[in-house]
Design a protein around this ligand. Structure first.
Ligand SMILES: Nc1nc2c(ncn2[C@@H]2O[C@H](COP(=O)(O)OP(=O)(O)O)[C@@H](O)[C@H]2O)c(=O)[nH]1
Ligand SMILES: [Mg+2]
Length: 176
């Protein structure tokens, strides 16, 4: 609710996708001080969520589990998402199952940005090439969620752009 004198607050939802152990929960926790990750033995089982403020924008980050057995909840988690953050472990082949998660309900793909997680030992400099048939990401951000510079400011800017916040890239700036 907006009180007198306060700036209007916009809100938007992004899903966080990627293969198991890519760093989805770590990323949400690093961006959001009060992130909730319901995990058993270190694996997210039901809920992975964080709220992050970026200027006047409140971004709701919802982690979507990749494993097939979670298929029934995926559609619900992705409802009303405006875009996605794909966490990609550097050096791996982009996960085709993750690509499918970008099209909730079999609809058109959500706009997405890719966070290439350069964990120590993985750094072979390989970038990210979208699986066949999928448009390139709006932005490609490299960082390490643990060892090196995480580049979270760039990631937040990219996330805000997905939600149509001011500063969204013009067509010619889109990576392609
Ligand atoms: N060394 C290292 N470990 C990482 C990095 N990112 C994530 N991890 C670890 O990898 C494991 C899986 O990460 P998690 O965020 O749970 O992956 P998720 O399955 O995608 O949610 C956890 O033990 C993390 O601490 C990183 O950049 N470097
Ligand atoms: Mg997780």
């Amino acid at each position: 609710m907006q009180r007198a004198g306060e700036e209007p607050v916009a809100a938007g939802k992004l899903i966080v996708v990627g293969p198991g152990e890519a760093g989805k929960s770590t990323l949400i926790a690093r961006l959001s001080a009060d992130a909730v990750n319901l995990a058993v033995n270190g694996r997210t089982v039901a809920m992975d969520h964080g709220l992050v403020r970026h200027g006047a924008l409140t971004i709701s980050l919802v982690g979507v589990p990749g494993q097939a057995r979670f298929a029934p909840v995926r559609e619900a988690l992705a409802q009303r998402a405006a875009g996605a953050i794909w966490v990609h472990p550097e050096g791996e082949v982009p996960d085709p199952h993750t690509a499918a998660l970008l099209c909730p309900g079999g609809g058109p793909p959500l706009p997405y940005v890719v966070y290439v997680n350069q964990r120590s030992g993985s750094g072979d400099g390989t970038g990210f090439a979208p699986p066949e048939g999928l448009a390139p990401p709006r932005r490609l951000i490299h960082g390490s969620l643990v060892e090196r510079q995480a580049n979270l400011a760039a990631l937040l800017d990219a996330a805000a752009e997905l939600l149509g916040a001011p500063g969204a890239p013009r067509e010619e700036e889109v990576i392609g």
